[in-house]
Ligand binder design. Structure first.
Ligand code: MN
Length: 262
């Protein structure tokens, strides 16, 4: 794109953002050209030739009872809690690809968490659960990769455990399947195998808070926007991987993802 066109496009975006009620992102002044371009992050949409641009990554914690218990909390009493990963932590797994996933620095206990990811094409505030699924464009298989030793050490000191969750490549994700074709995912097998051996195996129906309830809750704490995605929690039997391990993540009805730790 010619620079003039790019500038006009950016100005148009900034002007639109300024007019958009409830827009909370900084749009710039629309006149000064940026010092450099920061690449956007997007995820391919299955069979469409289009991609899904990502605004924010939300993740829910302890959303399956058996995983809440293995993490030391009471699954009956806890309200849902959420954390973020940076948008550029996305690492995309294409169909039929074995993705090379780098073992991150600073950890000696690097864990897999297989999760259903919901991708929003509409937002809002104070959405009711019965209205929330209308905001969900589609779904993908994801891995909420976790430096468990760092997470646990920070939690023990009552410090934010961000360093355990938010780092490069920590948000692994497959292509998005539109709900218009696949329906909404409220039940079905969710599994992760390492080197062909099943480690995590559960059913989406065992989520404590459904995707609709997660969207509703999140919209109470802040406005949701198109492009927001939600990692909806992992079932029990999270565990370590080391370089050379191959993770196979499967959710019934979506593409299986294959990820090799290198
Ligand atoms: Mn998780």
């Amino acid at each position: 794109m010619a620079s003039t066109n790019r500038r006009q496009l950016l100005q148009g975006t900034a002007a639109a953002a300024a007019l958009l009620p409830g827009a909370t992102f900084a749009a710039g002044d629309g006149a000064a050209p940026p010092l450099f371009d920061v690449p956007g992050v997007s995820i391919p949409i299955r069979d469409s030739g289009r991609s899904f641009p990502v605004r924010r990554i939300y993740c829910i914690g302890r959303n399956y009872a058996a995983h809440a218990l293995e993490r030391g909390s009471n699954p009956d009493r806890e309200p849902p809690f959420f954390f973020h990963k940076p948008t550029d932590a996305i690492q995309l797994v294409r169909k039929d690809e074995v993705l090379a996933h780098p073992y991150p620095p600073l950890t000696q206990n690097y864990h897999h968490e297989i999760e259903l990811v919901a991708a929003l094409h509409k937002g809002g505030r104070d959405l009711r659960p019965e209205d929330a699924l209308a905001c969900v464009y589609g779904y993908a298989v994801g891995l909420d990769m976790t430096r468990r030793d760092l997470q646990n050490a920070m939690a023990a000191e009552k410090k934010p455990w961000e360093i355990g969750k938010s780092f490069d490549h920590s948000a692994v994700i497959g292509p998005i399947w539109p709900a218009s074709a696949s329906g909404h995912f409220t039940k079905g097998a969710i599994e992760l195998a390492v080197n062909g051996k099943l480690r995590q195996s559960s059913d989406l129906s065992k989520m404590i808070w459904s995707v609709a309830e997660q969207v509703s809750r999140l919209s109470q704490s802040g406005e949701l926007f198109p492009g927001d995605i939600i990692y909806s929690g992992t079932p029990e039997n999270v565990g370590p991987v080391v370089p050379g391990d191959v993770m196979t993540g499967r959710i019934e009805g979506l593409y299986t993802i294959v990820v090799k730790v290198v």
